[in-house]
Design a protein around this ligand. Structure first.
Ligand SMILES: Cc1cc2nc3c(=O)[nH]c(=O)nc-3n(C[C@H](O)[C@H](O)[C@H](O)COP(=O)(O)OP(=O)(O)OC[C@H]3O[C@@H](n4cnc5c(N)ncnc54)[C@H](O)[C@@H]3O)c2cc1C
Length: 460
């Protein structure tokens, strides 16, 4: 049985459904194939449930801090972990159901459940069905990587998906990997009441960020009682009478940590191994990411790749932007490029880190003259008023062109405040334009013009 479509979308993640919407509105007959859960990682096991959990963790944290604000809570603050998990599940279910309804009712679109595998550059098999189209868009996402650690298969381990299925709070959660996903889980579980240890092989947590930012995050997590073990170059796992022993081999501290649960949060692997890409002739790099050009086209004409599987971004907003680029180019004859994208993201610890463009480390590597403005949150009125003074804000400017190269805001509302800088960078405006803006008081954002008034030259 063979079905002909104008376009096939493989994967109903963050890029596939909105692309199907635009293609069908343009009059195309589109098949969207999803093998598991509509909404992909973000809706089901990523952004949405984790940010819902971060909100519960924040509520617990603020309840424990109530006294700092002159608020009296009679009795102990307790976390009902099952209800916390149920709330996250409900938020996910609502989003997934809405998305599913949208796709099912989309005129011109057929949502097909099953695993898609290429048979040729223009045909895809799903079970017994063979689908054909001259345009195929791959949106298969990524999954948690399983590192080849010594002993990893001899003990039970968790990933971002199974963490959401826990019904009981771990006694001691050991998080292997001190980057974005690991740190969000670490802080929320600590706030839910678990003992938490983060094991990281680099010298700092989130080592891609500037050291000042990493150190500020390490400090705030340590103050909440999270144990941090960096320089863990030789991680080994083994069964232990009290749970799971993680050999961390760090420079100082106990060489072994014994946890009740171990979360592996050491990166993501693209879902490209079981897609039959060889039958279509689509090339991947050595890590399995689909190779694409600046317009997200693969080496095979008529096949594009968007989202986490193309290695050009690892976020929901980059996946979404991928579909915008492809839709504009394919449907409107535009010439939109990934390289035009100003990369921004957030780390949802509390306080969150909002980031855009280059780190100071990256800017220095360009060997250009730089101007940098930095201010600790202890000197930001809004942070003081909220008694949330961890963190800092920093902005980096090219001394010659006066263009903003990057910024970091770690502090209350840092994920929102960073958008003032994101907008400026997208407008390619020189920094004096922002320097003379009149922001709202009292906000974290109001200090951005002040930072620009206080720029200092930094050496290369
Ligand atoms: C714990 C966690 C927290 C995160 N938090 C954030 C955040 O706060 N902000 C942010 O921007 N990003 C966050 N991310 C990243 C974000 O979830 C991803 O970048 C985003 O979901 C990528 O979207 P995508 O469309 O590329 O892939 P996905 O959303 O993963 O969708 C891919 C879909 O393809 C399907 N599929 C795969 N192979 C096949 C096949 N052969 N046939 C049919 N279907 C197939 C999958 O089942 C899946 O539904 C987080 C990720 C994790 C793990």
């Amino acid at each position: 049985m063979s079905d002909n479509f104008d376009a096939i979308v493989i994967g109903a993640g963050q890029a596939g459904p909105p692309l199907a919407d635009k293609l069908t509105r343009a009059g195309m007959r589109v098949a969207v194939i999803e093998r598991h859960l509509v909404g992909g990682t973000c809706v089901n096991t990523g952004c949405m449930p984790t940010k819902t959990l971060v909100a519960s963790a924040y509520a617990a944290h603020m309840a424990r801090r109530a006294n700092d604000f002159g608020v009296v809570i009679d009795g102990a603050v307790r976390v009902d972990f099952e209800r916390v998990q149920a709330r996250a599940h409900q938020v996910t279910m609502n989003a997934r159901n809405n998305l599913q309804e949208w796709l099912r009712n989309m005129s011109g679109c057929e949502l097909i459940e099953g695993h898609a595998r290429f048979e040729s550059p223009t045909s895809v098999r799903v079970g017994e069905r063979m689908l054909n189209a001259s345009k195929i868009f791959i949106n298969v996402g990524a999954r948690a990587s399983r590192p080849p650690l010594d002993g990893v298969d001899s003990v039970p381990t968790l990933n971002n998906t199974s963490m959401l299925e826990l019904r009981e709070l771990p006694d001691h959660l050991v998080v292997i990997g001190g980057s974005y996903i690991g740190l969000e889980f670490a802080q929320m579980y600590r706030r839910f009441g678990a003992r938490v240890t983060v094991v990281e092989k680099s010298s700092h947590l989130i080592s891609r960020e500037d050291v000042e930012v990493s150190e500020a995050i390490e400090q705030l997590l340590a103050e909440e009682g999270i144990e941090i073990r960096t320089h863990a170059e030789c991680i080994r796992l083994a069964a232990h009478k009290d749970g799971i022993a993680v050999n961390v081999n760090c420079e100082s501290g106990e060489p072994e940590v014994v946890g009740s649960h171990v979360l592996l949060a050491v990166g993501r692997t693209p879902n490209t191994h079981d897609l039959g890409l060889d039958r279509a002739g689509v090339k991947c790099d050595e890590r399995g990411y689909i190779e694409v050009d600046d317009a997200l086209a693969t080496n095979v004409p008529g096949i594009w790749a968007m989202g986490d599987c193309n290695g050009k971004g690892a976020f929901t907003h980059t996946a979404y932007n991928d579909h915008e680029i492809i839709a504009a180019n394919v449907l409107e004859g535009a010439n939109r490029r990934v390289s035009d994208r100003v990369l921004a993201y957030a780390l949802y610890t509390d306080p969150p880190l909002g980031r855009v463009g280059m780190t100071l480390m990256q800017a220095r590597a360009m060997k250009r003259r730089l101007l940098v403005g930095t201010r600790p949150m202890t000197r930001v009125g809004r942070a003081i008023e909220k008694a949330e003074t961890h963190g800092l804000m920093q902005i980096i400017v090219d001394a010659q062109s006066h263009k903003i190269l990057g910024a970091a805001i770690l502090g209350p509302g840092g994920d929102e405040a960073i958008h003032g800088v994101i907008d400026m960078m997208n407008a390619e405006a020189a920094y004096p334009l922002l320097q003379w803006s009149v922001p709202v008081h009292p906000t974290v954002s109001e200090l951005i013009p002040t930072l620009l008034n206080e720029l200092q030259p930094v050496g290369e």
